[in-house]
Design a protein around this ligand. Structure first.
Ligand SMILES: NC(=O)c1ccc[n+]([C@@H]2O[C@H](COP(=O)([O-])OP(=O)(O)OC[C@H]3O[C@@H](n4cnc5c(N)ncnc54)[C@H](OP(=O)(O)O)[C@@H]3O)[C@@H](O)[C@H]2O)c1
Length: 244
């Protein structure tokens, strides 16, 4: 019997997940299916799952937090992050997981050759929460940067005004969508002139492979990593969740 999977979000354009899982089914001669469900409201979740007999669901913007009230339980990963990007359906009981968090954690751990660093996390959305949970596990202290500051979040203006932020925080992670195709000539507004060969720039954006953020870092001698490895790993971890 084939199993059915899908992605809920709004709006949904090209989907990496659909392509990734359909390719997986093809390689293994499986009749499993993966469909896109473009739903404006997260309260459609239960209906979509039951009507389509879905065993596993990926969740994307804007529903990663909004689906939580409709779930029966949350795995530790989702509790820690406060957002869900994977749902498992076991006999009608829905459990929420977060696979971005372990995917980011594993990929940064293997990439950083010096974990004795401090980090700047650009952006305050769902992805930033997964990143901060991983950094906390790795005992890397972090400072969030936002277009609008708050008591413990600084603004890009403050970052530009005090060179010590960039000098002392050599790991800089872009968790904003800035620089994503087709807006490839945009980059987060940080003082790139202060970057050096001791900086590490991790961009969660994966399209294009080399964003302007990474290019500008490279020009200053900084090391760079894009979001592709994390993207593949979070999908593989979702697959493991659905099948164990
Ligand atoms: N590689 C992977 O596996 C992976 C996994 C998850 C997400 N991602 C990528 O990570 C990015 C963020 O995802 P998300 O779910 O966190 O998205 P999101 O909630 O829509 O946005 C993240 C944050 O980015 C900031 N932001 C948005 N537009 C901006 C702009 N024009 N200029 C400056 N800052 C802006 C906002 O923070 P402030 O309002 O505080 O400035 C926002 O909260 C997306 O590009 C997504 O594709 C990649």
């Amino acid at each position: 019997m084939p199993s059915h999977f899908g992605l809920i979000g709004y709006p949904l354009g090209h989907s990496f997940s659909k392509q990734y899982f359909e390719n997986k089914f093809k390689i293994s001669n499986s009749l499993d299916t993966y469909k896109l469900f473009e739903v404006a409201s997260a309260n459609m979740l239960i209906e979509v799952v039951s009507k389509n007999n879905l065993k596993g669901i990926n969740v994307t913007i804007p529903h990663k937090q909004k689906v939580i009230p409709f779930l029966d339980s949350l795995d530790k990963s989702a509790q820690l992050v406060g957002a869900v990007n994977v749902i498992k359906n076991e006999g009608g009981l829905l459990t929420g997981f977060n696979s971005d968090y372990p995917a980011f954690k594993a990929t940064i751990k293997s990439w950083l050759d010096n974990s004795n660093v401090k980090a700047l996390v650009l952006g305050t959305g769902g992805a930033s929460k997964a990143v901060i949970a991983a950094l906390n596990d790795l005992k890397i202290s972090s400072q969030q940067v936002s277009r609008t500051g708050s008591s413990n979040v600084i603004t890009y203006k403050e970052l530009a005004e005090n060179p010590n932020w960039v000098k002392q925080h050599v790991l800089i992670i872009n968790t904003t969508p800035v620089g994503t195709a087709p807006h490839t000539n945009e980059a987060p507004e940080i003082p790139y002139n202060l970057l050096s060969a001791s900086h590490y720039l991790y961009d969660l954006v994966y399209n294009p492979k080399e964003t302007l953020f990474l290019k500008k870092g490279k020009a200053q001698g900084a090391k760079g990593k894009n979001g592709l490895e994390m993207l593949h790993l979070q999908a593989e971890l979702a697959w493991d969740i659905w099948n164990t």
